[in-house]
Design a protein around this ligand. Structure first.
Ligand SMILES: NC(=O)C1=CN([C@@H]2O[C@H](COP(=O)(O)OP(=O)(O)OC[C@H]3O[C@@H](n4cnc5c(N)ncnc54)[C@H](O)[C@@H]3O)[C@@H](O)[C@H]2O)C=CC1
Ligand SMILES: C[N+](C)(C)CC(=O)CC(=O)[O-]
Length: 321
């Protein structure tokens, strides 16, 4: 089975916050973009959003021939997808709406054009249920702002061909993104399960009168948020275990999983789970020693702190603002 990966024309359906981000990214990569959105005034709003993103994209570097003039807004789904080499749907997060929309999109699209959905967590097996050629249908879940953040989660449904996953990885990579294949089709995928846990806990903290919204944001942006841009939780906690690494960290903090530090229940800390975490983090660590990783962390942190300081100053803010 082969799918189009040499993209000249990118179709965007839905041009709100996320759809307009895809349009800006595709235009900046030198593609022709065809967009459709049923809302009155959608074209004007889309062009304003793209223009607002353009200075950042220019700063980052545009592809040869990239231009906002290569955006064409059309009146029907069929016009939008008929000649498209790749299609990205960013319509409202409602299962019934996506089901009906994908049935129309896929019927009008070239049979070998990949179709991606920006859904934050709906299951592709469900909303691609009545699609034509469902083997080319995937989730391509981006992060806001889509035109700058590289992560895109790729999720297949029960009818998606493995070749479509590989082809989607190729296309998104060519759009300057970092694809992450989510191997199991689970609601919320990987990233939104993590973000949602934090978000729900933050809402509990406000609701319980523990902290204001600003205090909770400060707790992220002056602490873990600074290190998350270059090191995830597993490697960070490996370092927190000192020279003995993750096994020691889990022995030391394992009992805390039973304390009421969060509303989210913890899994049983079985030997299998401990081994999986220790093996996973050893693989992440590779040949590097703990002290080499600490030096890497420190270098990255200094660079991030410096960038944040400089950029805040440009916007008239002090580092602690
Ligand atoms: N806002 C966010 O932070 C993120 C959202 N997403 C996902 O992206 C998708 C779009 O979300 P947003 O852009 O935030 O929503 P939005 O509300 O900003 O935009 C949705 C757009 O879809 C249009 N629309 C309404 N009915 C439609 C239809 N039948 N067909 C096509 N378009 C239609 C609306 O006019 C609107 O312009 C959702 O699936 C959402 O879960 C993914 C990542 C992040
Ligand atoms: C809130 N959200 C579930 C729509 C968030 C996302 O899907 C990703 C993001 O950009 O944070």
């Amino acid at each position: 089975m082969s799918f189009i990966t040499e993209i000249k024309t990118f179709a965007a359906l839905g041009s709100g916050v996320i759809g307009s981000g895809w349009v800006a990214r595709a235009l900046a990569h030198g593609l022709d973009v065809v967009a459709w959105d049923p809302a009155p005034g959608a074209e004007a709003a889309l062009r304003i959003r793209v223009a607002n993103a353009w200075p950042a994209l220019e700063q980052q570097g545009l592809a040869t021939g990239a231009s906002q003039d290569r955006l064409r807004f059309v009146a029907t789904i069929e016009e939008c997808v008929g000649d498209a080499d790749f299609i990205q749907e960013s319509a409202p997060e409602r299962l019934e709406l996506k089901l009906e929309l994908h049935s129309k999109i896929s019927a009008a699209a070239k049979p070998n054009a990949l179709i991606g959905s920006s859904t934050s967590g709906l299951l592709p097996s469900e909303f691609y249920e009545s699609s034509t050629h469902p083997e080319r249908c995937v989730v391509g879940h981006p992060f806001n702002p889509v035109y700058l953040l590289p992560l895109v989660e790729i999720v297949g449904g029960n009818k998606t061909a493995p070749e479509a996953i590989e082809a989607a990885k190729t296309v998104y990579t060519r759009l300057g993104m970092r694809p992450l294949h989510v191997r199991k089709e689970v609601p919320g995928f990987i990233a939104d399960r993590l973000l949602e846990a934090l978000w729900r806990e933050a809402l509990h903290l406000v609701n319980d009168g523990v902290a204001t919204t600003g205090e909770i944001d400060d707790a992220i942006r002056f602490g873990a948020g600074l290190r998350w841009s270059f090191m995830g939780t597993f490697l960070t906690y490996t370092l927190a275990g000192g020279d003995a690494g993750m096994r020691h960290f889990m022995a030391q903090f394992g009992p805390a999983l039973q304390l009421p530090w969060t509303y989210l229940p913890a899994p049983q800390l079985t030997d299998d789970l401990i081994d999986a975490v220790v093996e996973g983090t050893s693989e992440q660590l590779g040949e590097r020693s703990i002290s080499a990783l600490e030096r890497y962390r420190d270098d990255c942190l200094l660079a991030v702190l410096d960038a944040v300081k400089t950029t805040k100053a440009k916007h008239g803010m002090a580092f602690c603002d």
